[in-house]
Structure formats: structure tokens, C-alpha cells
Design a protein around this ligand. Structure first.
Ligand code: ATP
Ligand code: MG
Length: 277
């Protein structure tokens, strides 16, 4: 994260943005409704009147230049920040201001938040711990006698990411890309209906990024999940997103299918206006 917020107005501007306002065109009922959310950090309006609806089963990406408010939006959704204004509704229930753990239990998981990698235990043990944390108490007891239900889940989480062969390796010995995959496994181990990934390909080479985004899309679709993805780099989301919203200085300036958003003059202006790589 970097600056970019200094030149912003002190508080949220009134009214909705003319472009990109409203729910946008969704293919089904929203699993997640971000309803006129604002977030101030002191005098800084990090988010202003952001409204986004995410349909069940959709891959929805939030993009925008450095400091646009993407991570702040994710933190508001996941319960790490209480919004200054607005509501977050998940599966028809208002979750605004709930603690992160309670939001996670309702079926929403975000990488880097609920579970972190334990570097000094094996890849397999990392995922097993995360899976067991979601077993009911009776299930945990049963798993002492019969380990197979947990083992089967760990296997099914590691396998698609190509991490089965690395199962005995200490997590700290994984490559950067493998660690990012393990983090996604840990989020998936909490059995979410909505998965949120904040720049999952950060630090990857272009080749790794292409491979990773294809893999993430496959896994999300195979599990029937909804994915909310944050990306800094517009080109990364183009191939995998059903819809894209663009944040700029805390406001949503565009929303729609990737091709439409990419051609939007406001979006081009936002990306060329300063904060691109
Ligand atoms: N906890 C905080 N306290 C004060 N200001 C914050 C806090 N978190 C974020 N900000 C500010 O809010 C603005 C939005 O930051 P945010 O991290 O949401 O941007 P981002 O779009 O995720 O950027 P990046 O692409 O660099 O990750 C920035 O100006 C940032 O400095
Ligand atoms: Mg960020």
C-alpha cells in the first residue's frame, strides 16, 4: 500500500457517483450487498458511498490504483474495520460491525485474516489444523479415533494447488508462490461460501500470475464458490472476472464486464492519472 490519499477531500462527498453507482447488472440474487459504505480514517475519506452487489457464484474483482481503498473495503466486509457509514449484508443478514471470527463462521473467508500460515509445521499440518478448527466438538473427538474425514479434506484442498507432493515440507520452506497457495488452502479450509483474496498474485512473475489466476478460477468454480478478488493490476483480472468494479480515491467510478470497464475513459484516466506501476 502506498499514499495517494493526501490530496483527497476531508469527508465523503454527498450523493452517489454518477458513473458506476448502484448495484450494477447481476445475473442472480446478491450473496453480498455493500450498501453505500463509507470509511474515514480521521480526516481521510478512504471510502465514499461505495455500493456493490455480488451475485452468488460470481467472480467479482475490485481494481484500482494504489491507495484507492480496495483493502479498506475488504477489511470492512470481513469485519476488521467498522464502516463509518453504510451497511454490509451477507446472505440477507446485516453483518456490519460483527467481529471477523463471527463473519468467518457465517461463510465468508479472507486470506491473511482468519488463519495465518504456521511456518514451523508441515504443509499438511497447517491445513489439518485449519480443517479441524471448523469441525464441531463431537467431530474433533471422533477424528481422534478415525482420522479419515479430516485427512480427506486436507487431501482435497492440497491436491488442486499441486501441494500434495510438498505435504511433509515445513511451510517456511515453500516458495513464495506455494505459500500464497497454502494461504488460499487455509481460507478454503474454513468452508466459506464467499472467498475474498487481496492481491493473491502479488510478488509472482507474469507467468506464475497467469497460471495462478487460471487455477484460482478453476477451483472457485469447481467448489461452487463466489470469489471477490482485489487486484492492483488490471490485466490480471481481465481473464478471470465475470464483473469488475473500479475504485479511485475511495469512490466506485465504474462497474461492469471486464471489456467494458477496460474501455471506460474514466478508468483509463484513473490508471494513467498517476498511480500505475
Ligand atoms: N488503518 C489505516 N489508518 C489510516 N489510514 C489508512 C488505514 N488503512 C488505509 N489507510 C489509507 O486509506 C487509503 C486507502 O488505502 P487501502 O489500503 O485501502 O488502498 P488499496 O487500494 O488497497 O491500495 P494498494 O493497491 O496500495 O494496496 C490510503 O490513503 C491509505 O493510506
Ligand atoms: Mg491494498
Amino acid at each position: 500500500m502506498s499514499g495517494g490519499g493526501e490530496s483527497r477531500g476531508a469527508t465523503g462527498s454527498p450523493g452517489r457517483p454518477e458513473r458506476g453507482g448502484g448495484w450494477g447488472a447481476m445475473s442472480g440474487p446478491p450473496i453480498l450487498e455493500i450498501d453505500r459504505v463509507g470509511k474515514d480514517f480521521g480526516a481521510l475519506a478512504a471510502l465514499t458511498d461505495v455500493t456493490i452487489g455480488v451475485a452468488s457464484g460470481e467472480i467479482f474483482s475490485v481494481i484500482g490504483p494504489n491507495g484507492a481503498g480496495k483493502s479498506t473495503l475488504f477489511n470492512v466486509i470481513a469485519g476488521l474495520h467498522v464502516p463509518t457509514r453504510g451497511r454490509v449484508v451477507f446472505h440477507g443478514t446485516d453483518i456490519t460491525g460483527l467481529a471477523p471470527e463471527r463473519i468467518n463462521r457465517r461463510g465468508l473467508a479472507k486470506t491473511f485474516q482468519i488463519t495465518n500460515i504456521f511456518p514451523e509445521i508441515s504443509v499438511w499440518e497447517n491445513v489439518a489444523v485449519a480443517v479441524q478448527s471448523r469441525q464441531p466438538e463431537s467431530g474433533r473427538l471422533a477424528s481422534l479415533w478415525r482420522r479419515s474425514p479430516v485427512d480427506a479434506k486436507v487431501h482435497d484442498l492440497l491436491e488442486p494447488f499441486g501441494l500434495l507432493g510438498r505435504r511433509e515440507e515445513l511451510a517456511e520452506n515453500l516458495s513464495h508462490g506455494e505459500q500464497r497457495y497454502l494461504e488460499i488452502c487455509l481460507a478454503l479450509a474454513t468452508e466459506p461460501r464467499l472467498l475474498m483474496l487481496d492481491e493473491p498474485t502479488a510478488g509472482m512473475t507474469p507467468g506464475e500470475t497467469k497460471e495462478a489466476t487460471t487455477l484460482i478460477r478453476q477451483i472457485v468454480k469447481a467448489r461452487g464458490l463466489t470469489l471477490l478478488l482485489i487486484e492492483h493490476d488490471m490485466s490480471v483480472v481481465m481473464g478471470i472476472s465475470d464483473r469488475v468494479a473500479v475504485l479511485h480515491f475511495g469512490e466506485k467510478i465504474a462497474e461492469g464486464p471486464p471489456d467494458v470497464v477496460r474501455a471506460d475513459p474514466n478508468v483509463i484516466e484513473a490508471y494513467l492519472g498517476g498511480a500505475e506501476d
